[in-house]
Design a protein around this ligand. Structure first.
Ligand code: SAM
Length: 307
C-alpha cells in the first residue's frame, strides 16, 4: 500500500487525516469557492464597497479576495480564518502585493468573532457558512456589523433534493456538516438573524460555470501555482483525494448552484425616551400640586360651572 504520510515540516499530517480546509491550506488554493475568482469579481461589481469602508473577509483562506479589495479600492480589510496556515499565506500575499498596511489577517473563529458590536461596514464571505451552523454565524455577523452595514456571502446552494448517497459522499469530500441549502432557505436564515433587504444576487447553476475560465484565473494566482504540481507529484494519495472531490462534483453538479446572499443590518428602533432629570425632579411636585383643590380638575370645572 502506498505511504500517504507526508513527513515534512510544512505538512505533518497524512493526506487522509487532513480535513478539507487543511488540504486547501496546504495546497495554497486561493479561490476555493463556487465560480472561483471570476465569480468574486462579478459579485464585487454588484455591491458597493467604498474606500472608507472597513471590511471583514470571514473565512478569508489565503487572502486573495481581501488583497484584491485592498489593492483595487484602497479600503481597510481584516481577513480572519480558523486555519493558521491560511493566515500565514494571506499575510505573505499581502506583503508580496504591497497591501500589508490595508489588508490584515488574524486567526479567529467566525462563531465567536474577536470584534466589538457595530464594528464593520461590510462583511464578505465566500464558501464558509455552508460548512457551519448558519444561524449562529449570521447572528455573529449581524452583531459585528454597523447599523446600515451589509453582508454579501457567496455560498453553494442546492437546486434539487440531493439523493442520500450524494449527501454521504459530499460529507466525505468536504467534511461533516457540509450543508448547501436552497437559495430561499439561505435568505430565510439571513432574515431570521435580523437582516433586511435580503436578496440573492448573481444566482447561477454550477453546470453553467466555465471551468476553463476559472482554471485560467487560477493560473494567475502565484501562491497556487508555486508548488502545486510538485506536491501532486511527490505526495502519494493526494491525486486520489483530489480526484474523489472532482468525481463527486462531476457526477452531481446538476444538483448544485450558487449565489451571493445579501442583507443589510437595519438601524435599531429608538429606545423609549428616559425622563429628563428636569422632569424627574419636577414630576413629584406636579403630582402633589395636582392633589391640592385649587389645582384639581374637579375644582376647576366646579368653579367654571358656578360662574
Ligand atoms: C472553502 S474555504 C474558502 C476560503 C476563501 N473564502 C476562498 O473563497 O478561497 C473555507 C475557509 O473557511 C475557513 N473556516 C472554516 N471554518 C471556520 C471557522 N469556524 N472560522 C473561521 N474560518 C473558518 C477554512 O479554514 C477555509 O479557509
Amino acid at each position: 500500500m502506498a505511504n500517504t504520510h507526508v513527513e515534512t515540516q510544512e505538512n505533518p499530517k497524512s493526506i487522509q487525516d487532513m480535513n478539507y480546509f487543511e488540504l486547501l491550506a496546504w495546497l495554497g488554493i486561493g479561490s476555493s469557492h463556487p465560480g472561483g475568482f471570476p465569480a468574486t469579481l462579478k459579485n464585487l461589481e454588484s455591491i458597493s464597497i467604498s474606500k472608507d469602508d472597513l471590511v471583514l473577509d470571514a473565512g478569508c483562506g489565503s487572502g486573495l479576495t481581501a488583497c484584491h479589495l485592498a489593492k483595487t479600492l484602497g479600503c481597510q480589510v481584516i481577513g480572519i480564518d480558523i486555519n493558521e496556515e491560511m493566515i500565514e499565506k494571506a499575510r505573505q500575499r499581502a506583503e508580496h502585493e504591497g497591501v500589508a498596511q490595508l489588508a490584515q489577517f488574524q486567526v479567529a473563529d467566525v462563531n465567536t468573532l474577536p470584534f466589538p458590536d457595530n464594528h464593520f461596514d461590510w462583511i464578505i464571505g465566500e464558501s464558509i457558512t455552508v460548512f457551519l451552523d448558519k444561524e449562529k454565524v449570521y447572528k455573529e455577523f449581524y452583531r459585528v456589523l454597523k447599523p446600515q452595514g451589509s453582508l454579501a456571502d457567496l455560498e453553494m446552494a442546492i437546486l434539487h433534493e440531493l439523493p442520500p448517497q450524494a449527501r454521504t459522499l459530499m460529507e466525505a469530500c468536504y467534511g461533516q456538516g457540509t450543508n448547501p441549502l436552497p437559495l430561499e432557505e439561505w435568505e430565510d436564515i439571513l432574515k431570521k438573524a435580523g437582516f433586511v433587504d435580503v436578496e440573492v444576487r448573481n444566482p447561477q447553476a454550477l453546470i453553467n460555470t466555465n471551468s476553463n475560465l476559472i482554471f485560467n484565473e487560477l493560473k494567475k494566482d502565484w501562491v497556487l501555482v508555486k508548488d502545486l504540481i510538485q506536491k501532486v507529484t511527490n505526495t502519494p494519495g493526494l491525486y486520489r483525494r483530489l480526484q474523489q472531490n472532482a468525481n463527486f462534483m462531476k457526477r452531481y453538479k446538476g444538483y448544485f448552484g450558487y449565489g451571493l446572499i445579501c442583507g443589510r443590518k437595519p438601524i435599531p428602533p429608538e429606545p423609549p425616551k428616559k425622563p429628563s432629570i428636569f422632569n424627574y425632579l419636577l414630576n413629584p411636585i406636579r403630582e402633589q400640586l395636582g392633589k391640592l383643590p385649587l389645582f384639581s380638575a374637579e375644582l376647576f370645572s366646579y368653579n367654571k360651572q358656578s360662574q
